[in-house]
Ligand binder design. Structure first.
Ligand code: ATR
Length: 276
């Protein structure tokens, strides 16, 4: 149902850098939706987050996006949840309606759409680097995208093993020290670690021996081109960064709140790149 006046925001800490308000403003302008979408900084833990939710309900918010460190708190604060939010146990999208809170998780959809847009030539084998907060949604998306074999590697091996135990479709846990040795079997690799982000060390991988059709993805978008993506481009490989995932994960939220399913256009992507 289209709301007369939309009121939304992005809750997290820190959130000042978030591009979600830019995406929301773009679609509101495109579709003539009046309203606002603001940064909702929430320092603290679950109690502070629940306090924020109570305030937003009182203030007639339509819904919000939620980011680090409150995605689990958001899931727990909701009265109902979508199946995909239940599958991940975390929520990045909340809808306020009829006095209740509904939780959804659109990160899987965001990465799935970004992978499909990259049109991988082959989907036989993928490698997920990292087993932190972002990895489960990425693994699920690769599975749904049709990758037959999905391996995972993480500096702390136990975390990768826990992920593999949770998702039966994950094939092999590769030792962090080993994966750089042989990437020749992969059609796609994706970095979900913080390596390569502004202020972090780069993810050092030798891409000289990888197949020409390999897609290299990074869920980081600050910087837009991580050292990993720069190396992949120099090698002539198809790449995409976290900006595509960010834009696509925002689509279902806008639809929940306004009844309008917006589109990720090249113009929106260029606008976001300008804002980084
Ligand atoms: P977030 O909540 O930001 O996703 P996280 O869940 O701890 O944070 O995930 C960070 C990911 O980056 C993890 O896979 C982490 O590996 P560990 O599980 O071993 O900590 C990875 N990571 C961070 N710094 C790293 C480094 N210097 N080398 C290798 N992996 C690193």
């Amino acid at each position: 149902m289209t709301q007369a006046r939309f009121r939304g925001g992005i809750a997290g800490w820190p959130v000042g850098h978030s591009l979600s308000p830019v995406i929301n403003a773009w679609w509101r302008r495109e579709h003539g939706v009046t309203g606002s979408y603001e940064h909702l900084p929430c320092e603290g833990g679950e109690e502070e987050f629940r306090g924020l939710i109570a305030r937003l309900k009182r203030d007639d918010f339509t819904g919000i996006n939620v980011t680090i460190p409150h995605k689990e708190n958001a899931y727990r604060a909701a009265d109902t949840a979508s199946d995909r939010a239940k599958a991940l146990g975390v929520a990045n999208t909340l809808v306020f309606s009829g006095g209740g809170v509904h939780a959804d998780n659109t990160d899987e959809e965001g990465f799935h759409a970004a992978v499909m847009a990259a049109e991988p030539d082959r989907k036989t084998r993928a490698l997920v680097l990292g087993a932190g907060g972002a990895a489960p949604a990425v693994c699920m998306a690769l599975h749904r995208a049709g990758f037959e074999t999905i391996d995972v590697t993480n500096r702390t091996r136990e975390r990768a093993e826990a992920l593999a135990a949770r998702f039966g479709f994950l094939s092999t846990v590769v030792d962090w020290s080993d994966f750089v040795q042989d990437l020749s079997a992969y059609d796609l690799i994706v970095n979900t670690t913080s390596l390569g982000m502004h202020g972090q060390p780069p993810l050092a991988i030798d891409l000289s021996g990888v197949p020409d059709h390999m897609v290299v993805a990074d869920i980081i978008y600050t910087p837009m081109e991580t050292p990993l993506l720069a190396a992949a481009k120099a090698r002539g490989l198809k790449t995409f960064n976290g900006l595509a995932m960010l834009a696509y994960q925002a689509v279902p939220g806008f639809e929940h709140w306004t009844g309008i399913r917006p589109t990720v256009t090249p113009e929106l992507m260029a606008h976001l790149e300008d804002r980084l």
